[in-house]
Design a protein around this ligand. Structure first.
Ligand SMILES: Nc1nc2c(c(=O)[nH]1)N[C@H]1C(S)=C(S)[C@@H](COP(=O)(O)OP(=O)(O)OC[C@H]3O[C@@H](n4cnc5c(=O)[nH]c(N)nc54)[C@H](O)[C@@H]3O)O[C@H]1N2
Ligand SMILES: Nc1nc2c(c(=O)[nH]1)N[C@H]1C(S)=C(S)[C@@H](COP(=O)(O)OP(=O)(O)OC[C@H]3O[C@@H](n4cnc5c(=O)[nH]c(N)nc54)[C@H](O)[C@@H]3O)O[C@H]1N2
Ligand code: SF4
Ligand SMILES: [Mo]
Length: 685
C-alpha cells in the first residue's frame, strides 16, 4: 500500500497564496487541491495552482549549477559555484567599492522573509543596492496610497455595497477576489468596472466604463467635481481627517463633464450613473486600483486621485470600504546601513519618495548606470526569481547592460532568457520545497507552510547564508536551518513555531476591526501615518521636496516626445491571462495549450485602417524596437479604438522590446508600460 499524506502549504504559482492541500504518495506529490478551511480562497484554486505538480517535476528544471566558459555553460558542483561567486563579489567590492554590487529579487519568490533575506545580505556586505520587480509593480501604488493615507488600505470586498474595479481584472489576476465580489453581489452589492478592455470582470459588471488609456485620473477628478457639486462630500469626515481640501476643490473645477468626455471618452451620462451608484452605496464603497492605473506616466497621481474619492466619501476604515489592516508583529530581517553608503543607493536621489518609503533601488536606472559607470561603477549582480529580459522595460538595453556586468548570477527553476546571459546559474528550490511564513493582509492571517518535498535544490535562505558565511558576515545569518529562522522571526509574537504549525489552515492573528481612526483621534493620537497625521490631498512628502503637492493630472503625451503621425496607436501591455504569470508557464503543456501564441489585440476599425486580418502576423513598431506578432481582431465593444494590447512574457514576441524606459512617472520613476506610442504594419512576404 502506498503511503498517502496531505501536506498543507500556500500556492505560489502566483502571488495570491491560496491555501492548498498537497497530496503526497510515497514521498511524491501527485495532486494539488484547494484547502477548504483556508480563509482567503476557501477551497478554490485556479488552473495554475493545480499545475504546481507539473512544475515541480518538470524535466526542464535546473538540477546543477552552470558556469559560463569560453565553450558555453558547464555543470559544476554547488560548493564550487558558491566559493567562486563569493570570491568574485569580494574582489569586485575591493576594486570598485562595496556599492558596486547588488541583489535583485523577482516576483518568483514573493515578499516577506525572502525579500528580507536578500536585503539583509546586501546591506550586510555594505552595499545599499537592493533591487526588485517592485519598481515596475506595486511600489507605485504603495507610495501613492501611503502619501494619501500613510498606509495602503485594502478593499473590503466581501462586505461592500459597491466594488469599483479600476484597471484590474481579478478573474485573470486575483482569482479569489472574483468570488469575494460575487459573494457581496449575492447580498445586493453592485460592481463597476473601469477598463480599456471589456474584460472577464467587465462582463459581470452592473456598469462598465470604457476609458482611453492613461486617462483615469481625469475621470477621477471629474467624479470628484460631481461629488462636490452634488453635495455628496462627507464634510464632517473631511474637516476632521483631511488636509488640503480647499486646493482640491479649486483644482477640480476644470473637470467639467464635457472636458472629461473629450479626454477620456466617458460620457456625462456614464459619469452620472457612477455618481448614482456612489450615492446609493453609502460609505460601503471599495475603489480598487490595478496596474492599469499604475503603469502610466501619471501612475502615482492616477491612484492618489482615486484615493481622494474614498476620503471625500468617508469610505475609510469602515466595513465594506477601504480598511486599514494590522500586522502580525514578527521580526524584520532588515538591518541598518551607514548613511554615507545609503546615500549611494541607485535611484535614491532621483526618486526620493520611492526610496524613502520602500528602501528600493531603481531597476531602470540600474541599466543606465551599468552602461555608463556613472556616478560610480556597478559590476556585479546576484539575481533570484526574476527574468528581466522578459519583464523589464526596454529589453534591448536590459540585455546590453546585463551582458556588460563582470558578474551576473541568476538563480531560477529554469534556464530563462535572463539566465542565458549569466556567468553562474543556480538551480532553485520551489515553494513546495521550502518552509516559510506567508501572510494574507486582507484577512490578517499568517501561515507556516510545510516543506512538502526535498528534491535537493538550494533555497534562498541557503543561498544568502552560504554567501554570508563565505564573505565574513556569518553572524548575520546565525540560523542553522529554515525552521530556526522561522522561529526567530516569530519570537516577538509570543507564538511558538509548534503552535503556528498547528494552524496549517492559516492563523488569524487579529480579528478585523474598523473605526480605528476615530479611536486614535479620541486618544489624541494622529489617525494617519502621514506628515500631518491626516489624510493628505496635498502631500507633505511632495511639499518637502518642492514638487506639486496635489495629484494634478500630468498629460503623458506632453512628455512622450514622439510624433503622433509616426506612432498613431497606444500600446497597452501586460493585461493578465489566467494561465500565465509574466514570463512563466509557457513550458507547462496544459497551460501553454490555452494560448500558444502571443497576440496583438485590436479594434476592428483599427484592423481595417491598417489592412490587417485576424490570425495573420503583423509588425508592431515603437521608438525602441519592433516585434512580429499574430493579430487578434476583437469585437468593437471589447477594446477601446486607437489602442492595442499585448501581454508580456512571450520570448518569441517580447513586447518589452517596444516599451521605453524614457517615459516615466516623475514621482515613482515607473515606465509607462501601458501607454506606449506604436504603429503597426502588415508583413508582406
Ligand atoms: N494570471 C496572472 N495573474 C497575475 C499576474 C500574471 O502575470 N498572471 N501578475 C501578478 C502581478 S505581479 C500583478 S502586479 C497583478 C496585476 O494585477 P492587475 O493590475 O489587476 O492586472 P490585470 O488583471 O491585467 O488588470 C489590468 C487591467 O488594466 C487595464 N488597463 C490597461 N490600461 C488601462 C488604463 O489606462 N486605464 C484602465 N482603467 N485600465 C487599463 C487592462 O485592460 C487590464 O484589464 O497581477 C498578478 N496576478
Ligand atoms: N510590459 C510589461 N512588463 C511587465 C508588466 C506589464 O504589465 N507589462 N508587469 C510587471 C510586473 S507587475 C511585475 S511584478 C514584473 C515581474 O517580473 P519578474 O520579477 O521577472 O517575475 P516572473 O517572470 O514572474 O518570475 C521570475 C522568475 O522566477 C522564477 N521562479 C519561480 N518560482 C521560483 C522560486 O521559488 N525560486 C526562484 N529562485 N525562482 C523562481 C520563474 O521561473 C521566473 O523565471 O513584470 C513586470 N513586467
Ligand atoms: S490564484 Fe491560482 S496560482 Fe494563484 S495562488 Fe491561487 S491557486 Fe495558486
Ligand atoms: Mo507585479
Amino acid at each position: 500500500m502506498a503511503k498517502q499524506e496531505i501536506k498543507k502549504s500556500c500556492c505560489r504559482m502566483c502571488g495570491m497564496l491560496c491555501g492548498i492541500d498537497v497530496n503526497v504518495e510515497d514521498g511524491r506529490v501527485t495532486e494539488i487541491n484547494g484547502n477548504k478551511a483556508f480563509r482567503a480562497n476557501r477551497g478554490r484554486i485556479c488552473i495554475k495552482g493545480s499545475s504546481g505538480v507539473t512544475q515541480l517535476y518538470n524535466p526542464e528544471r535546473l538540477t546543477k549549477p552552470l558556469k559560463r566558459t569560453e565553450n558555453g555553460f558547464v555543470e559544476i558542483e554547488m560548493e564550487q559555484a558558491m566559493d567562486e561567486i563569493a570570491e568574485k563579489l569580494q574582489s569586485l567590492q575591493a576594486d570598485y567599492g562595496t556599492e558596486s554590487v547588488g541583489v535583485w529579487k523577482g516576483e518568483g519568490i514573493g515578499f516577506a522573509q525572502q525579500e528580507g533575506l536578500a536585503r539583509r545580505f546586501i546591506h550586510g556586505i555594505q552595499s545599499p543596492n537592493y533591487f526588485s520587480n517592485d519598481t515596475q509593480c506595486f511600489a507605485g501604488r504603495y507610495i501613492a496610497y501611503n502619501m494619501v493615507f500613510g498606509t495602503w488600505p485594502c478593499a473590503d470586498l466581501r462586505n461592500t455595497n459597491l466594488a469599483v474595479m479600476w484597471g484590474t481584472n481579478p478573474p485573470a489576476s486575483h482569482s479569489y477576489w472574483t468570488q469575494d465580489i460575487n459573494d457581496a453581489r449575492d447580498k445586493g452589492a453592485k460592481l463597476i468596472v473601469i477598463d480599456t478592455i471589456y474584460t472577464e470582470m467587465a462582463r459581470l459588471a452592473d456598469l462598465y466604463i470604457q476609458v482611453k488609456p492613461g486617462t483615469d485620473s481625469i475621470l477621477a477628478w471629474g467624479l470628484i467635481k460631481q461629488l462636490i457639486d452634488q453635495k455628496m462630500v462627507d464634510n464632517e469626515f473631511v474637516s476632521k481627517f483631511t488636509k488640503g481640501y480647499d486646493e482640491l476643490e479649486a483644482y477640480a473645477q476644470t473637470y467639467t463633464p464635457e472636458y472629461v468626455q473629450e479626454k477620456t471618452g466617458v460620457t456625462p451620462e456614464q459619469m452620472a450613473a457612477v455618481i448614482q451608484h456612489y450615492r446609493q452605496a453609502g460609505k460601503k464603497i471599495a475603489n480598487w486600483c490595478g496596474t492599469g492605473l499604475e503603469h502610466q506616466a501619471n501612475g502615482v497621481n492616477n491612484v492618489r486621485s482615486v484615493g481622494y474619492i474614498d476620503a471625500l466619501i468617508g469610505a475609510v476604515d469602515v466595513p465594506g470600504g477601504m480598511m486599514t489592516v494590522e500586522g502580525f508583529g514578527a521580526r524584520s530581517l532588515e538591518i541598518d546601513i551607514e548613511p554615507s553608503l545609503m546615500s549611494k543607493a541607485i535611484g535614491r536621489e532621483q526618486f526620493p519618495i520611492l526610496y524613502g518609503m520602500r528602501g528600493e533601488c531603481h531597476t531602470l536606472l540600474l541599466m543606465d548606470q551599468i552602461l555608463s559607470g556613472k556616478p560610480y561603477p556597478f559590476k556585479g549582480l546576484v539575481m533570484t526569481a526574476a527574468d528581466p529580459v522578459l519583464t523589464n522595460a526596454n529589453t534591448g538595453k536590459v540585455e546590453e547592460a546585463l551582458k556588460a556586468l563582470d558578474l551576473l548570477v541568476v538563480k531560477d527553476l529554469y534556464l530563462t532568457e535572463t539566465a542565458k546571459l549569466a556567468d553562474y546559474v543556480l538551480p532553485a528550490a520551489s515553494y513546495l520545497e521550502r518552509s516559510e511564513l506567508q501572510y494574507n493582509g486582507i484577512n490578517q492571517t499568517v501561515m507556516l507552510t510545510e516543506k512538502v518535498v526535498d528534491l535537493g535544490h538550494q533555497s534562498e535562505y541557503e543561498l544568502f547564508k552560504g554567501l554570508a558565511d563565505r564573505m565574513g558576515i556569518a553572524e548575520l545569518f546565525p540560523w542553522e536551518n529554515e525552521d530556526e529562522l522561522n522561529a526567530w522571526l516569530i519570537e516577538p509574537t509570543e507564538m511558538s513555531l509548534a503552535e503556528l504549525a498547528s494552524h496549517r489552515d492559516g492563523y488569524q492573528f487579529k480579528p478585523l476591526t474598523y473605526e480605528k481612526i476615530h479611536r486614535a483621534l479620541e486618544r489624541g493620537e494622529k489617525p494617519f501615518n502621514t506628515p500631518s497625521g491626516l489624510i493628505e490631498f496635498t502631500s507633505g512628502h511632495l511639499e518637502a521636496i518642492g514638487m506639486e503637492p496635489l495629484a494634478k493630472f500630468q498629460d503623458a503625451p506632453e512628455y512622450l516626445g514622439v510624433e503622433p503621425d509616426e506612432y498613431p496607436l497606444v500600446l497597452m501591455t501586460g493585461a493578465r491571462k489566467v494561465m500565465y504569470f509574466h514570463g512563466r508557464y509557457r513550458n507547462l503543456p496544459q497551460l501553454e495549450k490555452v494560448m500558444p501564441k502571443a497576440q496583438v489585440e485590436m479594434h476592428p476599425a483599427d484592423a481595417d485602417r491598417f489592412g490587417l486580418n485576424h490570425g495573420e502576423k503583423a509588425r508592431v513598431i515603437s521608438a525602441y524596437g519592433a516585434i512580429d506578432i499574430h493579430v487578434r481582431v476583437m469585437s468593437a465593444k471589447e477594446i477601446v479604438p486607437g489602442a492595442v494590447q499585448i501581454t508580456h512574457g512571450f520570448k518569441n514576441a517580447n513586447v518589452n522590446y517596444l516599451v521605453g524606459d524614457g517615459i516615466t512617472d516623475p514621482i515613482s520613476g515607473f515606465p509607462a508600460l501601458k501607454s506606449v506610442p506604436v504603429r503597426i504594419e502588415k508583413i508582406i512576404n
